[in-house]
Design a protein around this ligand. Structure first.
Ligand code: ADP
Length: 161
């Protein structure tokens, strides 16, 4: 991960953190809609050692890389530890999060306030588009586990041929 670039303060850098287990079209939409607001968007896959994932880290990261490979403003990486610390390391002043419903809002509000208290990082919330509000990685995993067609819910990189 590059800190030299991240250290510059005149560029607007945002981190979009998540588990991306797997990445969905809802995530892609949030990243694409955030691009006009920032010079660089870092899609950062959190590695939480206490969390169980369906897909291994390398697989999830590979899907992120492929999905955004044509977009020079998007960087993908994985990280451990606090998102606020990652932001400080990258020189990112903003976190982007998507809100699907009031449950997301309730959870995200306290995380956003904590990140502000810890490192002065502002969180920018984008509302999920209505057509994405029902899509979650959890439901996609459930569909995949039951061999359902998930092609409408995940980007091309994730679609099994
Ligand atoms: P986490 O485990 O950190 O919530 P996720 O990968 O589930 O990670 O989600 C990352 C971010 O993407 C969160 O801000 C979440 O609200 C947002 N998100 C997830 N699904 C959607 C969707 N369908 N539309 C818009 N935003 C979404």
């Amino acid at each position: 991960m590059s800190t030299a670039q991240g250290a510059s303060t005149d560029r607007r850098i945002a981190v979009f953190p998540g588990s991306f287990d797997p990445i969905t079209v809802g995530h892609v939409s949030i990243v694409m809609r955030s691009l006009p607001l920032f010079d660089r968007v870092v899609v950062a896959m959190g590695e939480n050692t206490t969390k169980r994932y369906m897909f291994p880290l390398e697989q999830r990261l590979e899907w992120l890389r492929k999905t955004f490979s044509n977009n020079p403003k998007v960087e993908t990486l994985s990280y451990q530890g606090l998102t606020a610390d990652l932001c400080a390391e990258l020189g990112a002043q903003y976190i982007v999060r998507g809100l699907r419903n009031s449950t997301d809002h309730g959870n995200e509000r306290s995380i956003a306030l904590m990140n502000h208290a810890l490192r002065g990082v502002e969180t920018i919330f984008l509302p999920a588009l209505p057509e994405h509000a029902h899509i979650s990685s959890t439901i996609v995993r459930e569909l995949m586990a039951n061999k359902a067609d998930v092609s409408a819910f995940v980007p091309a990189a994730v679609r099994v041929p």
